[in-house]
Design a protein around this ligand. Structure first.
Ligand SMILES: Nc1ncnc2c1ncn2[C@@H]1O[C@H](COP(=O)(O)OP(=O)(O)OP(=O)(O)O)[C@@H](O)[C@H]1O
Length: 260
């Protein structure tokens, strides 16, 4: 299968902003969800995790952001071992997690929502500089700055969430199902914003139900199965691989399934 794709191997040369190395993690006494998982997120890259429901994609993000401590394995951010850190420390280390679903506070203004992302920052000049950065990256955030966030469309609210996550100048943003609940046109726009984030120098680790769409946007794809990275490679190559397409992406576009 996918002979032109490289199997995941631990430890690689520098340039990776996030490395999850040989992670075992699970919930309570239940069997481990992640069983020796290794993922690398290089700088200026969108890495997308795909895989069946329950494969552990969201669990990977929870481990990376410190919401779930791994039973074993290492988490390395830009060369520094941060294994065992909690969510607050992980944020300080450069990992920002945009959770699944909508986390905008509808009764607060766009400004208040975005500035929540700066609650650990004390330097007002730095906050001002970050506000300018996110308003530049997501113009709608600046245009609707003083309005209630609940008045924005779903895609605009997602940009507010992205902007909030970028206030602390993260090295890697962890995005869990950013297209959830959005129509296809809005989803396209949200994926365009993800590319803008990458082009602005933020690496992205993305989990998406809409695997084909996400791989069209991502630079690198990782297929999770049975708690490990089953295969990884350039996202375009994963998309073009017929077997992977049939197994994980619902078949190839425009192709009829043959009778079995
Ligand atoms: N808080 C939790 N407590 C106990 N088990 C959990 C918890 N969260 C997830 N799990 C279990 O961990 C496994 C992996 O879940 P996870 O949400 O990471 O998968 P996923 O690949 O993101 O799934 P989906 O594509 O359906 O969102 C599942 O079996 C799930 O039931």
């Amino acid at each position: 299968m996918a002979s032109d794709l490289t199997p995941q191997t631990p430890s690689s040369p520098g340039g990776d902003l996030l490395v999850l190395d040989d992670i075992q993690a699970g919930y309570g006494r239940a069997a481990m969800v992640l069983r020796g998982l290794t993922i690398r997120v290089p700088a200026s890259t969108v890495v997308c995790l795909v895989g069946p429901n329950g494969a552990g994609k969201s669990t990977v993000l929870k481990v990376a952001s410190g919401l779930l401590k791994p039973a074993s394995g290492r988490i390395v951010v830009d060369g520094t071992d941060v294994t065992g850190q909690g969510p607050q420390e992980m944020l300080t280390s450069g990992l920002a997690h945009v959770l699944q679903g909508h986390s905008v506070f509808r009764e607060m203004t766009v400004a208040e929502n975005v500035l929540l992302g700066a609650y650990t920052m004390r330097d007002s000049a730095q906050i001002k500089e970050r506000v300018e950065f996110v308003q530049n990256l997501f113009p709608i955030v600046g245009e609707r700055w003083k309005q209630l966030a609940g008045l924005l469309s779903g895609g605009q609210q997602k940009q507010v969430e992205f902007a909030r996550s970028l206030m602390v100048s993260p090295k890697v943003v962890l995005l869990d199902e950013p297209s959830m609940g959005l129509d296809p046109k809005t989803t396209t726009k949200v994926f365009e914003q993800i590319v803008r984030m990458r082009d602005a120098g933020v690496a992205v680790l993305l989990v998406e139900q809409n695997a084909r769409r996400a791989l069209e946007t991502a630079d690198i794809g990782c297929v999770l199965d049975l708690g490990r990275v089953h295969i990884t490679g350039p996202a375009r190559e994963l998309l073009a691989d017929p077997q992977l397409s049939d197994l994980y992406l619902g078949g190839r576009p425009g192709e009829k399934k043959s009778a079995v």
